[in-house]
Write a protein that binds this ligand. Structure first.
Ligand SMILES: [Zn+2]
Length: 358
C-alpha cells in the first residue's frame, strides 16, 4: 500500500481533491434537503426528539388542584414514562418559552386577559371554587404560567413539526378557551394562537384541526369559525360538556357521538372519515388534539373506548398524516382517569417504535 501511495501523480491528487470537494457539496445539499423535508428522520441515540416539555407544565396550587378530577400532574408523568421506558435524557426534549402577551392578544381580548387577574375568574374556569380565596399571584404562578408555557410549547411544536414532519407537545390542546372567556380548565387558546401564526407566515396555507378529545372543541370553533383556511374535524360525546349546539354547525366535519359509543364505532369513524377529510381539505398542517378522556374509565368523557383502541386511534391519525407528508403536531388535551398518563405514554412509545420510525 505504501508503494502505491508514493506513486500517485499530482494530476491524480487534484482529481482526488476535486472528488472529495464534490462529495462535501453533495452532503451539504442532502443535509439541507433533509431539514426542509416533512419526512420523519430516523431516531438516533442521544439525538433530540421533536417532543416539547417543561418541568413547569404540571399545575400545582397548594394541593387544592386535587379537588378537580383533572390529573394536573399528568405532563410530568408522561415525560417520566418516556424517559424511563425509552432510556431518554431530559436534554433530548425541547423546552418551551412562555407565550408573550402580544401573541395572546392576537386571539384573546385585553378585557379577558385583565379578568384573569381576579382569583374568582381563575377559580371559575378551573371549576374549583376554593381557589377564589387565594392571592392571584399564587394562581398565576401555579396555573396560568404552566398554561402560558403550554401555549409556547404548541408554538414551538409547530416549528418542529414543519422541520421533522411530526412533533408532540406534552401539554396543550386547551380547546374550550375562547377569545373573551375561558372554560373547562382552559385559559389560553393555544391551537388557534399557533394556527394564526402559521397562516401569517404562509397566507396561502390550509390547516386541519383534528380534535379527538371526548368533548366538543367549542373554544377552537368559536375563534376559527370565520377563518376559511382552518377546517375542524371534531369527534365528541354530544351529551357531554360543553353542549355548544350552535357552534356544532360551524364544524367542517362534525361527529357527535352517543355516550358509551365503544371501540368499534369510534375507530370506524376515524378510519373511514379522517382520510376523506384530509383529502377534501388538503391541509398543509395538522393539529391533533389527542385527549384520552374517551377512555372507558374516564369520569368525564363517557365514550367507553379501551386503552388499545386509543393507541390504535393515535396510530391511525399519525400514519395518515405521515403517509401524505403533512406535518402533524400532537397535543395532549383532556384526560381525567388516573390511568390517563400511562395510556398517553404507551401510545407515544407505540408511535415512536411502530409508526414514526417504522
Ligand atoms: Zn375533554
Amino acid at each position: 500500500m505504501f508503494g502505491v501511495a508514493a506513486c500517485v501523480s499530482w494530476k491524480a491528487k487534484r482529481m482526488k481533491f476535486y472528488t472529495i470537494g464534490c462529495l462535501i457539496l453533495i452532503s451539504v445539499f442532502l443535509a439541507q434537503t433533509e431539514v426542509c423535508s416533512a419526512a420523519p428522520k430516523k431516531a438516533k441515540e442521544d439525538a433530540m426528539l421533536p417532543i416539547v416539555y417543561s418541568p413547569q407544565y404540571d399545575i400545582s396550587v397548594l394541593g387544592i388542584e386535587n379537588l378537580h378530577p383533572f390529573d394536573t400532574k399528568k405532563y410530568g408523568k408522561v415525560f417520566g414514562y418516556l424517559k424511563q421506558t425509552q432510556g431518554l435524557s431530559s436534554s433530548q426534549f425541547y423546552t418551551p418559552l412562555e407565550v408573550t402577551k402580544d401573541l395572546l392578544l392576537t386571539v384573546h381580548t385585553q378585557a379577558y386577559l385583565n379578568s384573569l387577574k381576579k382569583s374568582q375568574i381563575v377559580a371559575e374556569i378551573a371549576e374549583i371554587h376554593a381557589l377564589a380565596y387565594l392571592p392571584n399571584g399564587i394562581l398565576d404562578n401555579g396555573i396560568l404560567k404552566p398554561m402560558r408555557l403550554a401555549t409556547g410549547g404548541t408554538m414551538l411544536g409547530c416549528d418542529l413539526a414543519k422541520k421533522h414532519g411530526w412533533a408532540i407537545n406534552l401539554s396543550g390542546g386547551y380547546h374550550h378557551a375562547k377569545a373573551d372567556a375561558g372554560g373547562g380548565f382552559c385559559y389560553y387558546a393555544d391551537i388557534p394562537i399557533a394556527a394564526f401564526q402559521l397562516l401569517k407566515r404562509q397566507p396561502a396555507g390550509r390547516i386541519l384541526i383534528v380534535d379527538l378529545d371526548a368533548h366538543q372543541g367549542d373554544g377552537i370553533e368559536s375563534i376559527c369559525k370565520k377563518e376559511t383556511r382552518i377546517h375542524v374535524f371534531d369527534v365528541f360525546n354530544q351529551a357531554a360538556y360543553p353542549l355548544a349546539f350552535e357552534l356544532q354547525k360551524t364544524i367542517t366535519y362534525p361527529y357527535g357521538l352517543l355516550p358509551e359509543t365503544g371501540d368499534q364505532v369510534y375507530l370506524d369513524i376515524i378510519k373511514k372519515e379522517l382520510p376523506q377529510a384530509i383529502h377534501k381539505s388538503q391541509p398543509d398542517f395538522i393539529f391533533y388534539n389527542a385527549g384520552v378522556d374517551i377512555y372507558a374509565e374516564d369520569p368525564l368523557g363517557g365514550l367507553s373506548v379501551s386503552e388499545n383502541a386509543i393507541i390504535e386511534r393515535d396510530a391511525i391519525v399519525f400514519r395518515e398524516a405521515l403517509k401524505q407528508k403533512i406535518p402533524i403536531l400532537m397535543v395532549l388535551s383532556g384526560g381525567y382517569a388516573p390511568a390517563g398518563a400511562g395510556i398517553i405514554g404507551k401510545s407515544i412509545v407505540n408511535l415512536l417504535r411502530n409508526v414514526i420510525f417504522d
